[in-house]
Design a protein around this ligand. Structure first.
Ligand code: AP5
Ligand code: MG
Ligand code: ZN
Length: 217
């Protein structure tokens, strides 16, 4: 199964991706996570990406395409399928996605579109904290670890907040993504691939909605 997951910053892409990966065994390919890893490791690409990410802007398409193609070319994707999170983010990246999938012989099964009212995004993002060891995502009100201060997934004790989650940067991210996502969704709607999910409920309700869609594919 090969999927895209779309939604505005803070809509819950990463949160739902964790469930999809656990239940369906697909590989999670998040361009945001890959950039943050490169920034942490201070690679050349990471240094370049940081300048854009810190402002809430998009990393240039050619850089991002290279990163995605390198990841999609790995054997595990062909074997397990993929869930793309955060790519494509504009219409050129959507066309690039279609080209890469065709080149690699991957068939796109569905585009999961998590719809939320933009007014809730700042609260979701400002409450987010992430496990330093495994990247699991939590929220200070909506999703606390079962044992305080201990990651449910890996038992890690250290957590961080993202550098690009400052209110000014979040505003830019939301604005850019609102504008650019419409043509992508139109493109995949024409192909009959878009599955709209109401993202306004609790995390578990949304998981059930996503699961119902995927079990029906
Ligand atoms: P990226 O990392 O993809 O960030 P984003 O799109 O802004 O989305 P987020 O990760 O912030 O939100 P999410 O939807 O995953 O929400 P989450 O599940 O964590 O990209 C970062 C940057 O990298 C970009 O700005 C850009 O600069 C660059 N970049 C990445 N891809 C690129 C590309 N293709 N091209 C160019 N540049 C690119 O949930 C948020 C919080 O809410 C969590 O705390 C969670 O616990 C909580 N929550 C989730 N669901 C619910 C719910 N239903 N109810 C209550 N709380 C919930
Ligand atoms: Mg995310
Ligand atoms: Zn962890």
């Amino acid at each position: 199964m090969n999927l895209l997951i779309m939604g505005l910053p803070g809509a819950g892409k990463g949160t739902q991706a964790e469930m999809i990966v656990q239940n369906y065994g697909v590989k999670h390919v998040s361009t945001g996570d890959m950039f943050r890893e490169a920034i942490k490791n201070e690679t050349e690409m990471g240094k370049l990406a940081k300048g854009f990410i810190d402002k809430g802007e998009l990393v240039p398409d050619d850089v991002t395409r290279g990163v995605v193609m390198e990841r999609l070319s790995k054997e595990d994707i062909k074997k397990n399928g993929v869930l793309m999170d955060g790519y494509p983010r504009n219409i050129d990246q959507a066309i690039a996605t279609d080209e890469m999938f065709a080149e690699l012989g991957l068939n796109l099964d569905a585009v999961i579109n998590i719809e939320v009212d933009p007014s809730i995004l700042v609260d979701r993002i400002s409450g987010r904290f992430i496990c330093c060891t495994c990247g699991a995502t939590y929220h200070k009100l909506n999703k606390l670890p079962k044992v305080e201060g201990v990651c449910d997934i890996c038992g890690g004790h250290e957590f961080y907040q993202r550098d690009d989650d400052k209110p000014e940067t979040v505003e830019t991210r939301i604005k850019i993504n609102e504008e650019l996502s419409t043509p992508i969704l139109e493109h995949y709607r024409k192909l009959g691939l878009v599955k709209d999910i109401n993202g306004m409920g609790g995390i578990d309700d949304i998981k059930s909605s996503v699961k119902a869609v995927l079990d029906n594919l």
